[in-house]
Design a protein around this ligand. Sequence first.
Ligand SMILES: Cc1ncc(COP(=O)(O)O)c(C=O)c1O
Length: 419
Amino acid sequence: MKYTDLNTPMRTIMTPGPVEVDPRVLRSMSTPIVGQFDPAFTNIMNEVMEMLREVFQTNNKWAFPVDGTSRSGIEALLCSIIEKGDKVLIPIFGRFGYLLTEICERYGADVHTIECAWGEVFDQQDIIDEIDKVEPKILALVHGETSTGCMQPLDKIGPACRKAGTLMIVDAVASIGGVNIKVDEWMIDAVIGGTQKCLSVPAGMAPITYNDRVEDIVQQRKKVELGISTNEDKQRELNRSLSFIQSNYLDISMLQDYWSPRRLNHHTEATSMLYALREGLRIILEEGLEQRFNRHLFHEQALITGIEAMGLELFGDRSAKLPTVTCIKVPTGIDSELVRSMLLQQFGIEIAKSFGPLEGKIWRIGTMGYSCRKENVLFVLGALEATLLYHHADIKPGKATTAALDFYTQNIQPSVSVV
Ligand SMILES: Cc1ncc(COP(=O)(O)O)c(C=O)c1O
């Protein structure tokens, strides 16, 4: 047989996603398949909705996963809300702001952007001033920008959006389950999370939640759709009209009908992924949200202590740092890709590079979900130091792991459930 058994190498994954999957989640994925309308399965769907509400810290009626990677959730929400010509304001502070822009443009939005330097975030008041100026129907923005390791404060923007009649849509793909995001308290209308990052579930689902303000728009568009969809010509005409939701797969009105007690058939649900998400969410709730956020901060601090003891410099505004991603400037004269390659080939450790203006200039180390553990932090610090010394980098030898060990022995770990 030309093709051998599947045999992937064991890796220590310290990227900003995908990260290591909790073994409990992997085990759950081998649970036998049941049909998508089997009560045994619809009960699992209901449990997942309940657990998602807790993780999103919301009382929203709607919280469910869209099948597809995180951008499927982003696109589902945006395409279900945006009608041609709608004004959308997008503050951009890294690569994923451009993703939002690109998606909104595809659905015919009149997109307005503001940008700040990569490595910085916006003053909330600047975004609020721009909302007053542009008067957008939608504000779409990223919470944790994985490309720069920065986190945009959001708490004041939601109330301003409410006042202005603007919908606030947040990409929390890199932060959900690792960093506090208070959906209801911060008055966010819709949020998209990612599975392959702080939830430590494989890529393939995008948990979303949205409130009545979003649902009202979606239902309104659906009424138009149902009203004249009896004849094909009219349907085609409607497809070209302003109001029709331009996707079948990602139409929130159809997805929510499937997730409602009516269980109207839409797609075939991704059974094993739902098992995985259920277990990932159960693990989070067992650990406790606050404990989990503190664990991410704790290991981030240990990592930073070791990086700085080595004499390396962090990239980006420290007051805006995303706790789950640490960006490190590549020292002068060092080829960033040679270092990454040695880490992978010799140590089995994967760290990430960045994009666009930061490509080759920084490394990104993720401390997310199941990957966010003491042995991973110590291992990556030791291996990075050895690799840099091998490449004759000007760093302080013998300091990184010792400094992190000092940190670990002098500070109490906030969580007992994850070592
Ligand atoms: C902040 C953010 N948004 C969106 C995405 C897109 O997610 P996916 O690749 O799962 O579609 C990513 C992926 O890394 C991300 O980090």
